[in-house]
Design a protein around this ligand. Structure first.
Ligand code: SAH
Ligand code: SF4
Length: 345
């Protein structure tokens, strides 16, 4: 098995190089090249041939090669389908805001969680990504667009907390000063609610934003769309969120996809208000994206308005999230699904 060199922290790379019989300063040079985004050892111009041969025989550099790229006509949102070293595909979306560029990265090929409204959930699970493969999505997008990305959301394909160790490693690498140097305050991690891992994440005390995909105010409604709720019911999830806030002092975001006739009644809004009472949080309401085969439709505009009014009346801050890239299937999982259905991949 070759070593995934881009997933190594600097001290690990240094030990690897020194233990293999090469001088320490070579590790610094190699690390510099890796952070410049080189994809082949041959491109490391100041590294001698015997070390390049050694690296080629013992290591690999993760890649995310552009297989397909779509640009929204409306808002310049860019969506990539990246091909990984083993021919698997993941999706990544880059959004442009007034304050800079934000990227939505994938953490797994597919997802095990099976949420009924989600295109990724419908296409099953292949494997988790290494931290270097999560990084490679950002590097490839930056290189292609020739911009610096300043914000990251882990909201692409996959459940980040189901790939815990690689995601923690990714977070440390991407935020390190000699890496891409994107600070934790500019990172949002989204989870469907893997409760024990929320407690574990809290221990790291990162300054990132935890975003919890709630999508329902009670167990009955939530279990209908999110199977994870049968394992970690809503009360346990909210208790974990309260603990997360107490430990980290970071306000929690709740995602709530509004589905016509499923979770958008006044009663749901009242229940949600009660559930979140006293918790320092913000609710993002997202009109659900229709995914082929789910039969779900977005809530009507008047429902969205009434729902948010009830939350606000109960002192819960909430906003309806703008959808970007609606013409390019920007909601993750949809492009891959359409692509592999067409090509038989
Ligand atoms: N697995 C993680 C992160 C990836 S999904 C999670 O579930 O949080 C990113 C976000 O997209 C989640 O909030 C998810 O619930 C939401 N989502 C998935 N399918 C959607 C759809 N069809 N419409 C609106 N939001 C959707
Ligand atoms: Fe997985 Fe998140 Fe999709 Fe659920 S919403 S299936 S957890 S990617």
């Amino acid at each position: 098995m070759k070593t995934d060199i881009k997933s190594l922290y600097y001290p690990e790379l240094e030990s690897f190089i020194v233990d293999s019989g090469f001088p320490k300063f070579r590790a610094k040079q190699i690390y510099g090249w890796l952070n410049k985004g080189v994809c082949e050892f041959e491109q490391m111009r100041n590294i001698p041939k015997n070390l390049i041969d050694f690296l080629n025989s013992s290591c690999y550099i993760s890649v995310a090669n552009i297989e397909k790229k779509l640009v929204s006509r409306y808002d310049k949102t860019v969506k990539y389908l990246f091909r990984l070293f083993d021919g698997e595909f993941v999706e990544t979306v880059v959004m442009s805001y007034r304050h800079g560029y934000s990227i939505c990265v994938s953490t797994q090929v597919g997802c095990k969680m099976g949420c009924t409204f989600c295109a990724t959930g419908k296409s099953g699970f292949s494997r988790s990504l290494n931290s270097s493969e999560i990084l490679a999505q950002i590097e490839s997008a930056q290189k292609d667009l020739n911009v610096r990305i300043s914000n990251i959301v882990l909201m692409g394909m996959g459940e980040p907390l189901d790939n815990f160790d690689n995601v923690i490693r990714f977070l440390k690498l991407v935020s390190s000063e000699d890496g891409l140097n994107i600070g934790m305050r500019h990172i949002t991690l989204s989870t469907c609610g893997v409760v024990p891992k929320i407690y574990e994440l809290a221990k790291y005390n990162f300054a990132l934003t935890l975003s919890v995909s709630l999508h329902a105010p009670d167990n009955e409604t939530r279990s209908k769309t999110m199977p994870i709720n049968n394992v970690y019911p809503i009360e346990q999830l909210i208790t974990a969120c309260r603990d997360y806030f107490d430990t980290t002092g970071r306000r929690i975001s709740f995602e709530y996809a509004m589905i016509d006739g499923v979770n958008d009644t006044d009663e749901c809004a009242e229940k949600l208000s009660k559930l979140l009472k006293g918790l320092n949080c913000h609710v993002n309401l997202i009109p659900v994206n229709s995914v082929k085969g789910t039969g779900y439709k977005k809530s009507r505009l008047d429902r969205q308005r009434d729902f948010i009014n009830i939350l606000n009346k109960n002192s819960i801050t909430a906003t309806v999230r703008r959808t970007l890239g609606s013409d390019i299937d920007a909601s993750c999982g949809q492009l891959k699904r359409n692509y592999t259905e067409k090509t038989g991949g």
